[in-house]
Design a protein around this ligand. Structure first.
Ligand code: SF4
Length: 480
């Protein structure tokens, strides 16, 4: 018997990316805050709880950082007036969804640190697996933490190492020897912008250029938004330092192994982004094509659950010849002030966010493509919505393998006991969500999504963690 969730909260049934980072350095001295804002706006899908921007003037007095951060979307936290006040030609920005550390203003980023060598502003995407030990080590030597996020541990280590090294990039390199796990970092020192990626390259990070300015972003879609050209990806383990003299690179920490997150391609990233040379759109088309070959079924229409199911549905349609259609209207305007329905109310978050186009599905056999099933409650509601709208059959196809294990690297894929596939068969899940058939992407086909490259992380599907995972779930450890 499968347990049903009592919650009507769609947030509990979806997987979230933790963060997006963005950095800018304009060598002509132009203010960068507005450009960073547009960059964050393009990265908003990676985190909607809080955001922030910190800027500095490289020609001004060292140590002056202007920053603003708060709970909410970029469009809620910033307006023209607040951006105007953020004067400076170098800066970093961040959008956040909390997976480690609670959702509060103190935990918003960028973090700005004042220390004897000046100031440091840092934005981080990912989770460290050894943050609790490092935090204890720092606490016992006098560190006082103002947040409960592991990004502060990284900032402390960089600041501490800076006292022993000749440059901030050398301090970042030393800190990277201590920290373990997933991190894509953008660090601003008074005169330098530094981008660094963990040795496994779990999280994406790339470099862009526009006129006489360089940018660093979690995803390339932000470069398109600001009219910048993609230059290249930051390599796993690489530290890139941007100064008016140009870009320098330290690859001494790189290893010949990488473990980029395969779920970025399936779900997290925007389809117009490219990660490590592979287009997210093409990955999703391929996922849909594979599903059509491995789980064919007779039907009248193929539809995707927005947003990430749409492209995979198109791929399924291309391969099977079954017409592609749009069955859902999504209301994306769910900002910070959105009042979530209580359990007693008849409205559900799923219905408020998603509505079925009755004319598209009434009387039809529907193939519905979604990116994943976590607990199964959201899928069950969506299948019911299609059937209530008159679909005669609903065949669910999932563009990822079943989730069987948690993620410790910066996403909120929960513990085993909350994953429906962990202790239920595909047939049981199919029955629970009320579908007429259910098919997942075969785990052995994942490499086809990224052009046959084999160096990726698929631990949430296989349990093969690229780094030894913590023995217990450390996410949210500091609040205990
Ligand atoms: S465990 Fe899954 S979600 Fe986490 S990094 Fe690996 S592939 Fe991505």
């Amino acid at each position: 018997m499968i347990e049903t969730s009592n919650s009507d909260n769609i947030e509990e049934s979806e997987v979230h990316e933790e963060c997006g980072v963005f950095g800018a350095y304009d060598f002509d001295g132009n203010d960068v805050a507005t450009t960073i804002y547009y960059g964050l706006f393009a990265l908003q899908h990676r985190g909607q709880e809080s955001c922030g921007i910190a800027v500095s003037d490289t020609e001004g007095p060292k140590g002056i950082v202007n920053s603003r951060k708060d709970m909410g979307l970029a469009s809620e936290v910033f307006d023209a007036e607040s951006l105007e006040k953020l004067k400076g030609n170098i800066g970093v920005g961040h959008v956040r969804y909390s997976t480690a550390g609670s959702s509060c203003r103190e935990n918003a980023q960028p973090l700005v640190l004042n220390y004897v060598k000046g100031t440091l502003a840092l934005a981080h995407n990912g989770n460290l697996i050894n943050a609790p030990e490092l935090r204890d080590e720092l606490s016992y030597t006098g560190a006082i933490f103002q947040t409960t996020i592991d990004s502060e541990v990284i900032a402390y280590y960089i600041a501490r190492e800076r006292l022993k090294t000749s440059s901030v990039e050398a301090a970042v390199a030393n800190a990277m020897k201590k920290i373990k796990g997933a991190y894509s970092l953008v660090v601003m020192s008074p005169r330098k912008l530094i981008a660094a990626r963990d040795v496994f390259g779990f999280k994406p990070l790339s470099i862009g250029k526009r006129d006489n300015a360089y940018f660093v972003s979690s995803e390339t879609c932000a470069f398109s938004a600001i009219g910048a050209e993609f230059v290249r990806d930051v390599l796993p383990g690489e530290i890139v330092t941007i100064t008016p003299d140009g870009i320098s690179s330290d690859t001494s920490g790189c290893i010949n192994k990488c473990a980029r997150c395969i779920f970025e391609y399936i779900y997290f990233a925007r389809p117009d982004s490219y990660i490590d040379g592979v287009g997210v759109y093409s990955s999703r088309i391929m996922a849909g094509r594979i599903l059509a070959k491995t789980h064919p079924v007779e039907a009248d229409i193929v539809v995707g659950v927005p947003e990430s199911g749409n492209v995979a549905a198109l791929g399924y349609s291309m391969e099977s010849g079954i017409p592609y259609g749009i069955a859902f209207m999504k209301n994306s305007y769910v900002g910070r002030t959105f009042i979530k329905p209580k359990q007693s109310q008849r409205e559900t978050s799923v219905k408020i966010k998603l509505n079925v186009l009755k004319d598209a599905v009434n009387g039809k056999r529907v193939i519905m493509i979604d990116d994943s099933i976590v607990r199964g409650t959201t899928s069950a509601r969506i299948v019911k919505m299609l059937k209530d709208a008159g679909a005669t059959e609903v065949h669910v196809r999932i563009s990822s393998p079943p989730f069987l294990h948690p993620c410790y690297f910066g996403t909120d894929i929960p513990s085993d006991d909350q994953l429906i596939a962990h202790d239920h068969t595909v047939d049981q899940i199919c029955k629970y969500i009320g579908a007429d058939s259910l098919g997942y992407l075969d785990v052995t086909r994942l490499s086809e999504l990224i052009d046959g490259k084999t160096d990726y992380c698929d631990a949430c599907f296989t349990g093969n963690y690229p780094i030894e995972p913590p023995t217990e779930d450390i996410r949210g450890e500091y609040e205990k």
